[in-house]
Design a protein around this ligand. Structure first.
Ligand code: 3SL
Length: 232
């Protein structure tokens, strides 16, 4: 039986051997939710990069460029990191280069894995179906916040563990902890996260509707997968 494990922060990735594993990279608020939305809206490819300058350079290749730092859209880029900014028919058929504070970092630091998929509550069941087919050991890589643990990515990990419960074993207690947390919170994730650091940060920036949207389950049947240098 394959195993499922949870890495609570990209800073802890050195503890894991990614070789032969499937990584689910998650940044529920908001990077991976936004990427899933972009693909659902018809984006062709997404190039997640770590640095602002590198991202800016993709404009020459005809890409839309998207950047967020500390919750705010970076100046001079086409898009920020709100899923709603990708819903105006503006991304259909386009390639997008994106850099965010934590989410794009979680993806790029997982490149040693056999496979990387991008997960969010919005595409939870699509992730579950894919992992069942793959039958590899799974590591959920939570983006966290600047190296710190966060609740929302851990809740996503718990939701994934719950849905895979019958056919995956737990390698470490992190998977169990995520599961127990999700089971405590799932009746009302918005309420459970009200005091969490990133919800407070976003609320302070007057970003409200993104939170409720990113916590919806199974809105999109899309699965962004890392291939060579991009998500397809
Ligand atoms: O940290 C990130 O990658 C972002 O998702 C953070 S924010 O939700 O855009 O503030």
């Amino acid at each position: 039986m394959p195993s499922i494990d949870v890495c609570f922060s990209p800073e802890l990735l050195h503890l894991y051997d990614l070789k032969g594993k499937a990584v689910v990279a998650v940044d529920v608020l908001r990077a991976t939710s936004t990427m899933v939305t972009a693909f659902a809206e018809g984006a062709s490819h997404i190039f997640p990069v770590m640095e602002l300058e590198e991202c800016r350079g993709f404009a020459e290749r005809g890409c839309l460029t998207a950047a967020e730092r500390n919750g705010i859209k970076a100046e001079g880029f086409d898009l920020g990191n709100s899923p709603f900014a990708y819903m105006n028919g503006n991304v259909a058929g386009r390639d997008i280069a994106i850099t965010t504070t934590n989410g794009t970092r979680a993806i790029r630091l997982s490149e040693a894995a056999e496979e990387i998929v991008v997960g969010a509550f919005l595409n939870l069941q699509a992730v579950v179906n894919h992992l069942r087919e793959l039958n590899l050991d799974v590591l959920v890589v939570c983006a966290g916040w600047k190296g710190q643990f966060n609740l929302e990515d851990t809740l996503f990990a718990g939701a994934l563990v719950e849905r895979l419960n019958d056919s995956f074993s737990y390698e470490h207690d992190s998977a169990l902890a995520a599961l127990y947390l999700y089971q405590t919170a799932k009746q009302d994730l918005v309420e459970f996260l009200r005091q969490s650091s990133h919800v407070r940060r976003l609320e302070h920036l007057e970003i409200h509707k993104d939170i409720e949207f990113c916590l919806r389950h199974d809105v999109y049947d899309v699965l962004p997968v890392w291939r060579h240098d991009r998500l397809v």
